[in-house]
Design a binder for this molecule. Structure first.
Ligand code: PMP
Length: 416
């Protein structure tokens, strides 16, 4: 019989615990720097205008929502196992570049997934079944908290490579290279192509080139997890440069792609998984076999992916005018975050807060690793009602023109 009384209590997910305590806090001054979702200058969720406008001031189609609502043939049928083809094909072009040799040579396959999490999982489940190299995934230290358990769930153990240098609050490039060199040949290497979560620290393109050489030399297998394309620099192509460089070098690789942040479609779970094979004579047949196996994994786990978020993204990705509007929306988000970085740094420097604060503006994307200790984080929570994860990571999107002064003063106080 089922030993129900032997199931131990699991700890609550720390991030969801943080969200819950923030919601329960009744202080009018409370600030949420924990959540990994974009907020506008009023600390409100922002539905991208290209997704849904509150007023329509331009000629139709003005938003994806308008396009979808006016379609009399819209139904709620199942998608195919691999998802909405008009979405996955554009998702592949978005990440690989529409002129990608991998697309021209038909050596990619794309599956719509339950957002980025589902894409990482589909890749992990596929590797668990078929990977014949060193069956350990190397994760950056630190990384998105979910990576370890996603791979662990499918029986792939993880190890780490150094990533963050506490003294410079930048990249520990030497440590990273040394660990990738020391790892057994043909290990799986998980890489964040842009806007690394949680540190906001990315390698430069020259550093990516060195990493590609090293990965190739060691016959490692790259797995890119891209959750913030367009969010880091505000430029979709620039944020995909590392992946495109690896493709140009002829790597075989996996890519997880989330549309949660860059489309503001968090709860709709729109994502995509891509497998790319190396350029050789049988590449198209290889990718066909890989695709057939991915279909079995996907069918057994989710049968077919959810439709609404993919429809929204597909509508935008396939329309020139909406696409251009989307890039403007992305600039609004990344621009506000960059302005908040500048503001917070200036305020801390003006207050003479001990330490250096250039890392706040050097780091990019949604998050910043402040360097605040766990003790300081907990003090900020209890004394100032400012919420962030214990590792001192703050979501820049939680800052706005109304609370940045309050936050800077509170940081100054716990640093004093
Ligand atoms: N990977 C990384 C690195 C992330 O930061 C996130 C979002 N926090 C994800 C994947 C997955 O997010 P989602 O499933 O919401 O797309």
């Amino acid at each position: 019989s089922f030993p129900a009384d032997q199931v131990p209590q699991a700890p609550e997910d720390p991030l969801f615990f943080l969200m819950r305590t923030y919601r329960a806090d009744e202080s009018p001054n409370k600030v949420d720097l924990g959540i990994g979702a974009y907020r506008d200058d009023d600390a409100k969720p922002w539905v991208l205008p290209v997704v849904k406008k509150s007023t329509y001031d331009s000629a139709p189609p003005a938003s994806a929502d308008e396009v979808l609502r006016s379609d009399p043939n819209l139904n709620h049928e199942y998608l195919p196992i691999a998802g909405l083809a008009s979405f996955t094909s554009k998702a592949a072009e978005l990440i690989l570049g529409s002129d990608s040799p991998a697309l021209a040579e038909e050596r990619t396959t794309s599956f719509q997934t339950i957002s980025g999490t589902g894409a990482v999982h589909l890749g992990a489940a596929f590797l668990a079944k078929f990977y014949r190299g060193n069956r350990t995934v190397y994760l950056p230290d630190p990384t998105w908290a979910n990576h370890k358990q996603i791979f662990g769930n499918v029986g792939i153990p993880s190890a780490t490579y150094p990533y963050f240098d506490k003294s410079t609050k930048g990249l520990d490039f030497e440590g990273m290279k040394a660990a990738l060199s020391a790892a057994p040949e043909a290990s799986i290497i998980l890489l964040h192509p842009c806007a690394h979560n949680p540190t906001g620290v990315d390698p430069t393109l020259d550093q990516w080139k060195e990493l590609a050489d090293l990965v190739k030399q060691k016959k490692h297998f790259p797995f890119f997890d891209c959750a913030y394309q367009g969010f880091a620099s505000g430029d979709l192509d620039k944020d995909a440069a590392a992946i495109r460089y690896f493709v140009a070098q002829g790597f075989e690789m996996l890519i997880a792609q989330s549309f949660a942040k860059n489309f503001g479609l968090y709860g709709e779970r729109a994502g995509c998984f891509h497998a790319v094979t190396a350029p050789h004579a049988d590449a198209t047949s290889t990718i066909g076999r890989i695709s057939s196996q991915l279909a079995i994994v996907q069918r057994s786990e989710i049968s077919n992916p959810p439709i609404y978020g993919a429809r929204v993204a597909s509508t935008v990705l396939n329309d020139v005018a909406l696409f251009s509007e989307w890039t403007e929306n992305l600039k609004t988000m990344s621009g506000r975050i960059i302005a908040m970085r500048k503001d917070l740094r200036e305020k801390l420097e003006a207050l003479g807060t001990p330490g250096t604060w250039n890392h706040i503006t050097d780091q990019i994307g949604m998050f910043s690793y402040t360097g605040l200790s766990e003790e300081q984080v907990l003090k900020l929570r209890s004394d100032a009602h400012i919420y962030m994860t214990k590792n001192g990571r703050i979501s820049m999107a939680g800052l706005n023109t109304k609370n940045v002064n309050y936050v800077a003063k509170a940081f100054d106080k716990v640093n004093g």
